[in-house]
Design a protein around this ligand. Structure first.
Ligand SMILES: NC(=O)c1ccc[n+]([C@@H]2O[C@H](COP(=O)([O-])OP(=O)(O)OC[C@H]3O[C@@H](n4cnc5c(N)ncnc54)[C@H](O)[C@@H]3O)[C@@H](O)[C@H]2O)c1
Length: 240
C-alpha cells in the first residue's frame, strides 16, 4: 500500500474500526471520523492517527475537514444507519434520515475530498454499500434504495474522475457481525438474522475484518486498474 492520509467515516463502528486497523497496517495515517468522536479517540491513539467529529449529513463539515487535512490519499465512505420496518409503516421523516445518512452523506464526503484528489491527479475513494443495494431487502426498502444509489453514484463518479487519476469503487457487504445488526433485534428480529444467514451459501455472517480486507485491497496500488466496481463480500449471497 501507499502511505498518506486515509479518511474513514463511521470509524467507531464494527466495520469502520476494522477498516481503520487495515489501513494503518498498510502504512496509512488514519483520520478516524464519526458522529460519536469520543468512541474513536482510543482507536486513533492506538493507530497513531487522528480522531475527528464528522456528521456525514453536514456537507459544510465535510468541506471543513477536507480543508483541515489537506492532501488525502484515500477516503472510505463507511458511515451508515438503518431501521428495520415494513415499508408501509415508514414515514417521510424516516426516509429522509435514511437517505441523508446513507446516500447524501457519501455524496457530500466524496464531493469535499474529490476536488483535491482530481487537482493532484491521484486518489482513491471506496464507498461501503450493501448487497441490499444490489438485490433489495425486505424491511429495509429505503435503506436498500440509498445503497443502490451508492452503487450508481460510485460508477458515475468513477467515470468522471478516471481521467483525473482518481479511482472510485464500492464494497457491498452481506450481513456482518457488528452492532448494525441490532436493527433486527425487534420482535422476530433474531429470526430475520437467522434467515439471512441461511440465505448465505457459506452459511455464516461476515466478520468486519473480511469487509475491511476488501476495502484495503481496492484502496491499494494492487487495484490500480480497477474502478467503478461493486464488490460483494457476502459468502456468495449475491452473485453477479
Ligand atoms: N453490518 C452489516 O450487516 C452491514 C451489511 C451491509 C452493509 N453494511 C454497511 O457497512 C457500513 C458500516 O456498518 P457497521 O456494520 O460497521 O455498523 P455500525 O453500526 O457498527 O457502525 C456504523 C457507524 O456509522 C456511524 N454513523 C451513523 N450515522 C452517522 C453520521 N450521520 N455521520 C457519521 N457517522 C455516522 C455510527 O456512529 C457508527 O459508528 C454501513 O455503511 C452499513 O450500511 C453493514
Amino acid at each position: 500500500m501507499n502511505g498518506g492520509i486515509a479518511v474513514v467515516t463511521g470509524a467507531a463502528g464494527g466495520i469502520g474500526s476494522a477498516i481503520c486497523r487495515r489501513m494503518a497496517a498498510g502504512g496509512y495515517r488514519v483520520a478516524a471520523t464519526d458522529l460519536h468522536v469520543d468512541q474513536c479517540q482510543a482507536l486513533a491513539r492506538e493507530l497513531n492517527g487522528s480522531a475527528h467529529a464528522l456528521d456525514v449529513t453536514d456537507a459544510a463539515a465535510s468541506g471543513a475537514l477536507a480543508a483541515e487535512l489537506g492532501e488525502v490519499a484515500v477516503v472510505v465512505n463507511n458511515a451508515g444507519w438503518d431501521r428495520f420496518m415494513p415499508f408501509l409503516e415508514t414515514t417521510p421523516e424516516l426516509w429522509e434520515k435514511l437517505l441523508r445518512i446513507n446516500l447524501f452523506g457519501q455524496i457530500a464526503v466524496a464531493h469535499a475530498f474529490a476536488r483535491g484528489m482530481a487537482e493532484r491527479g491521484h486518489g482513491v475513494i471506496v464507498n461501503v454499500s450493501s448487497d441490499a443495494g444490489k438485490v433489495g431487502s425486505t424491511g429495509e426498502t429505503v435503506y436498500a434504495a440509498a445503497k443502490g444509489g451508492v452503487i450508481t453514484f460510485t460508477r458515475s463518479l468513477a467515470r468522471e474522475l478516471a481521467r483525473h487519476g482518481v479511482r472510485v469503487n464500492c464494497v457491498c457487504p452481506g450481513p456482518t457481525d457488528t452492532p448494525f445488526l441490532d436493527v433486527f433485534q425487534s420482535e422476530g428480529g433474531q429470526k430475520v438474522v437467522e434467515a439471512m444467514t441461511r440465505a448465505v451459501p457459506m452459511r455464516r455472517l461476515a466478520q468486519p475484518d473480511e469487509i475491511a480486507a476488501a476495502v484495503a485491497f481496492l484502496a491499494s496500488d494492487d487495484a490500480r486498474f480497477i474502478t467503478g466496481q461493486a464488490l460483494s463480500v457476502s459468502g456468495g449471497l449475491t452473485m453477479s
